[in-house]
Design a protein around this ligand. Structure first.
Ligand code: C2E
Ligand code: CA
Ligand code: CA
Ligand code: CA
Length: 283
């Protein structure tokens, strides 16, 4: 709403607001088109390794958008728009399908008897509220032929809590498909700990802000230790994200944190580059 009669300051403010809204709207239109066409969107894969050896254990699928005029856009720019508009539902479906197909191809490249790799895919709160989610996941599993045990869905605490009562039932039905669930960005939400043993989750991801705080203070280190110990007490796997230095990796290994992910090992990679991890990971 433009306030033309009010003072210049207000008008300027409204114009800025207006420009931001237009920008958002044009991105929304472009994203809708990109999802339909499919070719501007692609999935980057970040290796997740077992600590301390650094052996490849799986990948996290992270969506990328090569916008025709704006260039490569970060998901931190367009995922929030996708969530608000509901476009995250078809976008999430696209990522899940591609990630499952990719893992099937990579599994075929591995030696017989090699430890199966897992593929982590992010799920937002909005997707958990989608009545077709179970069907979408079932279809991606069946259509790709992936072993469901290789699929991990990452959801944040707030996403898990957002539809509290209904979500627990949904999570159990997803688990019944044979896949695994992980709590993403653990420790950054507002939820109580009580949900942890009620939710059928298999692993926790220590948020990168805690990993970053580790080298700054003993308090930071203690926080990570508490999360890792908590996970172990609940018999959950722990994955630390945002590992950038060998020092971080050493501290985490000493705490018996089982898995790590971060620039120290590898940035998220285009499929072709990620594949070189598959072929060089046999030990
Ligand atoms: P996230 O799920 O917490 O993913 C981890 C983010 O940390 C990724 O950012 C990754 O590139 C980045 N990262 C990895 N290693 C390091 C490191 O050593 N240091 C630092 N500083 N960062 C590191 P990215 O790819 O920009 O994704 C941002 C967020 O966008 C994700 O956070 C996730 O919440 C969301 N996202 C990305 N792809 C999808 C998707 O397919 N679906 C949904 N629902 N959300 C997605
Ligand atoms: Ca994640
Ligand atoms: Ca995370
Ligand atoms: Ca995050």
């Amino acid at each position: 709403e433009r306030a033309v009669e009010s003072g210049g300051g207000t008008c300027l403010y409204d114009e800025t607001m207006h420009a931001a809204q237009l920008d958002r709207l044009s991105l929304e239109t472009d994203l809708r088109h990109a999802i339909d066409a499919g070719d501007q969107l692609w999935v980057a894969y970040q290796p997740i390794v077992a600590l301390p050896e650094g052996r490849l254990a799986g990948f996290e699928a992270l969506v990328r958008w090569d916008h025709p005029t704006r260039g490569r856009l970060s998901p931190t720019v367009f995922i929030p728009i996708a969530e608000v508009t509901g476009l995250i539902v078809p976008l999430g479906r696209l990522v899940l399908h591609r990630a499952c197909h990719q893992m099937v191809r990579w599994t075929a490249m591995r030696e017989q008897g090699a430890e199966p790799l897992f593929m982590s895919v992010n799920l937002s709160a909005r997707q958990l509220g989608d009545r077709d989610l179970l069907e979408t996941v079932t279809e991606a599993l069946a259509e790709s032929g992936i072993d469901p045990a290789q699929v991990k869905l990452e959801l944040t605490e707030s996403a898990a809590m957002s539809h509290a009562g209904e979500t627990i039932g949904l999570l159990w039905r997803l688990k019944a498909l044979g896949l695994r669930l992980s709590i993403d960005d653990f420790g950054t939400g507002y939820s109580s700990l009580s949900y942890l043993h009620r939710f059928p989750v298999d692993s926790l991801k220590v948020d990168q802000s805690f990993v970053a705080a580790m080298c700054r203070s003993t308090e930071g280190r203690d926080m990570v230790r508490i999360i890792v110990d908590l996970a172990h007490m609940l018999k959950l796997d722990v994955i630390a994200e945002g590992i950038e230095t060998a020092e971080d990796a050493k501290l985490l290994s000493d705490m018996a944190c089982g898995f790590g992910q971060g620039y120290l090992f590898s940035a998220p990679l285009p499929p072709r580059e990620a594949a070189s991890w598959i072929t060089s990971s046999e030990i």
